[in-house]
Ligand binder design. Structure first.
Ligand SMILES: [Zn+2]
Length: 478
């Protein structure tokens, strides 16, 4: 173990970038980084936020953490690992989570024990179900990139990035079209597991719910390394974030917050034994302070919202109390954090803790299905009553109104925004949004009235002033 490993890691990353071109896999430059004695990290590409694969030479065989996600490339990487470590006794592959850019190369290691959380397999199955959507997306993206490249002069700096994107998108499309049987983990666990490889130990702990349902952390004490999968990073080495960009509590995902916090505490208690934190993608960096701040964020929300719910506070009060810039100033501007993401995380935690349904989401579903007026009124009646079935959020109603606008369902959008003005008559923004929907419906006079009302409440509203002068210009030219 080296005390200066972090510095070495950064320097060798820069060196690795300068070697680019020396060796390629599937037309993509190979990068190779020595993390510690007998530990190497590899990835391909210079621009795309792709997964880094790490390999350990242990006394009981080679252990690999994550795959690039494309068998053709993972076969090449496996060959390089064997060459660099001077052996080929591959024994274990560990998946940090279910995403295809980590598990898509599992089949290349089907002679090994594949280790992952028990929710990796259902995650992979759900991904396979969305194949059609992806095939379309990749096909369109390829046409788009080819078009952009055609209009670009030779040697333009963006061309190299686009060419790399094109190769990776084509590889992903081919992989999807091949519809291979996925290789699933055959050694799974739900909470914690230790792999004893003689001279090297792998301590695996479930930390799922932020990025996917199946995230784990992998602590390797003998090398002072902690893998955090795609759950967090506090610095990007390129503009391209990849899927690491969102640290948020996600709707519809199983969350076990007490377990999450217990497992993180156990890891962070050993922080003096961790010198190098490795996010799942090559272009992310993470510090102990960054990891601690994120864990403290979840703890503050979990404990605070539980207490607030017990004291009978409202969701709106909790949202006001836990605003990012007020309560978590150290996370403002950090990757994966924004006021909107914070708001969504609090909303989801509130839902989990109180068991209340979101009134906005329920009405969005009802209106989307042309449900009976009675059903809609029943939900609205929960506001201003002692009912604890629903919680109401101005921001959510507004977001669902815009969701209808995006679907060109103008009448439904108007209805949602009208409901919001009824619920929050003192908010300038609800009138501004309603004005926008009315304008889309061609109801100029009604829209004008709403923008005027919004400006009375907030005379500084730029969007209101702009909308009104646009309406005046348009009517003058008619
Ligand atoms: Zn991921």
């Amino acid at each position: 173990m080296r005390s200066t490993i972090r510095l070495i890691a950064v320097v060798s990353l820069l060196l690795a970038a300068s070697w680019a071109g020396a060796e390629e896999i599937a037309g993509l430059p190979l990068h190779l980084q020595e993390i510690d004695d007998g530990v190497i990290r590899l990835w391909v590409g210079d621009f795309t936020s792709s997964t880094a694969v790490t390999a350990f030479a242990t006394s009981k065989g080679i252990v690999v953490v994550d795959t690039f996600g494309v068998p053709e490339i993972d076969t090449g990487l496996r060959r390089v690992i064997a060459r660099e470590l001077g052996r080929s006794d591959f024994a274990y592959l560990i998946n940090t989570h279910e995403h295809s850019d980590h598990t898509g190369g599992n089949s290349v290691y089907d002679d090994c024990t594949i280790v992952g959380h028990e929710l990796v397999a259902p995650g992979i199955a759900a991904f396979a179900d969305r194949r059609d959507f992806r095939t379309n997306w990749y096909t369109n993206r390829i046409t788009e990139i080819e078009g952009e490249l055609e209009n670009m002069a030779d040697g333009e700096p963006e061309a190299a990035a686009l060419e790399e994107d094109l190769i990776m998108t084509r590889l992903n499309l081919e992989l999807d079209e091949a519809a291979l049987e996925p290789a699933l983990p055959n050694l799974t666990f739900s909470d914690r597991m230790t792999l004893d490889l003689g001279d090297t130990t792998f301590e695996l702990a479930y930390i799922g719910g932020m990025h996917t349902a199946s995230d784990i952390a992998v602590f390797v004490p003998e090398h002072a390394l902690l893998f955090t999968g795609d759950t967090m990073a506090d610095l990007w080495l390129t503009d391209n974030h990849g899927c690491l960009a969102n640290f948020t509590v996600r709707a519809g995902m199983p969350h076990d917050f007490p377990r999450f916090l217990t497992n993180w505490d156990r890891l962070l208690e050993q922080s003096d034994r961790i010198t190098n934190l490795l996010p799942g993608h090559w272009n992310g960096e993470l510090s102990i302070q960054g990891a601690e701040a994120r864990v403290e964020y979840v703890r503050a929300l979990w404990e605070g919202i539980n207490q607030a719910a017990e004291e009978g506070k409202s969701m709106a009060e909790v949202q006001a109390e836990y605003q990012l810039d007020i309560r978590f100033p150290e996370l403002v501007g950090s990757p994966g954090f924004s006021p909107q993401i914070n708001y969504a995380s609090i909303t989801e935690l509130w839902r989990v803790i109180t068991n209340q349904a979101s009134a906005a989401r329920t009405l969005f579903t009802l209106l989307g299905e042309d449900a009976d007026e009675a059903a809609i009124l029943e939900v609205l009646a929960a506001h201003n009553s002692d009912s604890s079935d629903y919680f109401f959020s101005e921001v959510e109603f507004n977001a669902y109104g815009y969701a209808f606008l995006q679907q060109d369902r103008i009448n439904e959008a108007i209805r949602v925004f009208e409901i919001n003005t009824g619920l929050y008559p003192e908010s300038w923004n609800v009138y501004d949004s309603l004005g926008e929907a009315l304008l889309r419906a061609g109801r100029i006079e009604d829209a004008t009235a709403m923008y005027e009302k919004s400006l009375t409440l907030n005379p500084d509203s730029v969007s209101g002033k702009e909308a009104l002068s646009k309406i005046q210009e348009d009517t003058a030219s008619m």
